[in-house]
Design a protein around this ligand. Sequence first.
Ligand code: ZN
Ligand code: ZN
Length: 273
Amino acid sequence: MLADIHNHTKQFSPDAQMDIGELLDAAVKRGLDVVGVTEHFEYDNPDPMDIVQVFDMDEYERVFGTWKDRCPDGLKLIKGIEFGYQSHTAADIDEFALKIPFDVVILSNHIFGNRDVYYGGPELYDMPKKERHAIYIGKMAEMCERCNNYNVAAHFDYINRYNPDTEEYLLYDDCPEEFDRFLGALAAKDKCLEINTRSIYKAQVRGCSRIMPDERIIRRYLELGGRLISLGSDSHTPDTLGVLFDETIEYLNTLGVKELCYFINREPVLYGI
Ligand SMILES: [Zn+2]
Ligand SMILES: [Zn+2]
């Protein structure tokens, strides 16, 4: 059983390069049982480099119906969305999340200091690492505390994904207070922690000596009562569907994780690993 619940297509996510046909073909080829489409919806994005990432939800709902008809037997296609969080958009996100019947709602924090981390450039990394990580994980905590109509917190390691220093690594010990707030909010609300294998893949491509997330982050989540973990390759192209899932599952097994989940009608479906 393999479920990759975080992916993008070019019809609704302007930074993606695959269409739904390519995604479905790649999912079958990779041997996935479940594939999720979670298009970007970044309301009031302050980064001038980011293209507009909002769309008509009713149109998405309509088009998704046609995608479901094209889904091959044996593959489950789930309807999701990835909301980009900012402090002033929390209430809007909670409202948008109820507009159409999603299977899964993912929340992300892409913005740091009014720039998308993707475009933040080297100056983003001038700030001492612990300070940078505390601000970023503190914002993840705020997002999970203030929003309610979501299921998954995505790529908590996004802040480090494009770091030119390949030896810098996001550690629980960089900001334990912020991590406890973030992981504690997920556990208390029975929300899901995503392990984003695009971040792991990017770390591998960049030649980082550590590529898997810090084991203390995952152990702490379990300690605080967190029970839901999902995998997402966050693919924008067909070649990375389910990337490094086998290695990540093996790693999670060593930390005592025995179940992962995907979502149908906003309810978690657990499966053993
Ligand atoms: Zn994202
Ligand atoms: Zn994404």
